[in-house]
Write a protein that binds this ligand. Structure first.
Ligand code: CTP
Length: 214
């Protein structure tokens, strides 16, 4: 299969030295790309700013902002069979970005923001027979919001995790997730390494693709 994986945070610059972002390190998305490549799939990895090496055999494209990521997803969508949206996309960006560093005296204590595009919502009409997987990072029980996002974003699988626990979510090497499929029963996995979680997700994608062709 051909997998398109997004990973890491996006950065929304206010000026060349300041930005809005989030705590994503890219580990889960890179584990997905690595695992899919090891299992023989063709993998394109769209990566926000992260400090991780490219997994062997993976084609990587670096992006910075949510809009960069949207353009890269749109450019690579036709050539994929499955899209795994693991990136933690910033929902807002500064209304005005300055090409030169802003001076303190020229800044105000409030920052005007405007919404970024929702990537999954934007490309939804181009889904066709592709498998779409999304993630939801929540504080507290992630399942109710996970179910809502699965339906709202028209996904085949939503991977929900509680990022308020130190052994799961941002920067950890382990994760505790619930797989919420559009069809079928939810499955809460035990604490696993991110590579093991990635293997479960890639195996789910493979199984779903096989079921579609039969
Ligand atoms: N996502 C996206 N475009 C965005 C924001 C999120 O495609 N602008 C994707 C993420 O990659 C993820 C899924 O949507 O697969 C859910 O992301 P999340 O940030 O949890 O969803 P939001 O709709 O932004 O909801 P919230 O209000 O919880 O931030």
């Amino acid at each position: 299969m051909r997998l398109l994986v997004t990973a890491g945070p996006t950065r929304e610059h206010l000026d060349p030295v300041r930005f809005l972002s989030n705590r994503s390190t890219g580990k889960m998305g890179f584990a997905l790309a690595q695992c899919a490549a090891v299992r023989g799939h063709t993998v394109t990895l769209l990566a926000g700013p992260v400090a991780l090496p490219t997994p062997p055999g993976v084609q990587r494209v670096d992006v910075v902002s949510a809009r960069d990521l949207l353009f890269a997803v749109e450019a690579n969508l036709d050539a994929c069979d499955a899209l795994v949206m693991c990136a933690a996309v910033a929902d807002w960006r500064p209304k005005q970005a300055s090409a030169a560093k802003l001076k303190k005296r020229d800044m105000s204590p409030s920052l005007a923001l405007e919404p970024n595009p929702d990537i999954l919502a934007t490309i939804r009409s181009r889904k066709g027979g592709r498998i779409f997987v999304g993630f939801a990072a929540e504080t507290g029980d992630p399942r109710p919001e996970g179910r809502r996002k699965l339906a709202d974003k028209g996904l085949d699988l939503l991977v929900a995790n509680d990022v308020s626990q130190p052994d799961a979510g941002f920067a950890a090497d382990t994760n505790r997730v619930t797989l919420i499929p559009r069809n079928g029963a939810e499955e809460t996995l035990p604490l696993l390494s991110k590579l093991e979680v990635a293997e479960r997700i890639v195996a789910w994608v493979e199984k779903t693709a096989r079921a579609q062709t039969h």
